[in-house]
Write a protein that binds this ligand. Structure first.
Ligand code: PNS
Length: 159
């Protein structure tokens, strides 16, 4: 049976930290789905389809190994997507204790709802301070975000 995992998130936009976790996780599963999910608690910068496209370009340019599917989900629970595609694991990147506190209740709820387990992965410490919200803020104020994002995202934000 194929081992399928999902890396869900807003990815608004995808950062080098996200890409690092996706690359590490891709090596652990037969198939990895990077799933763009609208988070109603956040004000979005990029349309969902654009986020998907930027992730696809970034994965291609980084030549990440393995079978990686990039798509979005907007109808119902995250675990419904997992059930639909036969995924039993969620992968989340953890940068700090703040992320642990944010992710733990979601991980427990997702396990209660559908038996989907969550695995926390540590990104390269070089990316530990990088977040999409920081990138959005720096980019909006005209700062250089090239150290934090894949070049496809950098090119898009420059336009
Ligand atoms: O990158 P983010 O914004 O921290 O990602 C959060 C996200 C989108 C993964 C989370 O909000 C989510 O899982 N939303 C889907 C709705 C859902 O299933 N909620 C109940 C379980 S947490």
């Amino acid at each position: 049976m194929k081992r399928i995992a999902v890396v869900p998130g807003s990815f608004d936009p995808v950062t080098l930290g996200h890409l690092d976790v996706v690359g590490r996780a891709a090596g652990l599963f037969d198939e990895l789905h990077v799933l763009v999910v609208h988070n109603p608690g956040k004000t979005a910068l990029l349309p969902i389809a654009q986020r998907v496209s930027l992730i696809e370009q970034s994965i291609a340019e980084a030549q990440l190994p393995g079978t990686i599917v990039v798509t979005s989900w907007s109808v119902g629970l995250l675990v419904d997507y997992c059930t639909d595609v036969g995924a039993s694991v969620l992968v989340k990147g953890i940068r700090s204790q703040v992320d642990v506190a944010y992710e733990t209740p979601m991980a427990i709820v997702n396990r209660d709802l559908a038996g989907v387990e969550t695995i926390f992965m540590l990104p390269n410490p070089a990316h530990a301070h990088v977040s999409s919200s920081l990138v959005r803020q720096v980019a909006a104020l005209g700062g250089d975000v090239s150290p934090y994002v894949p070049s496809a995202v950098y090119r898009y934000l420059q336009k």
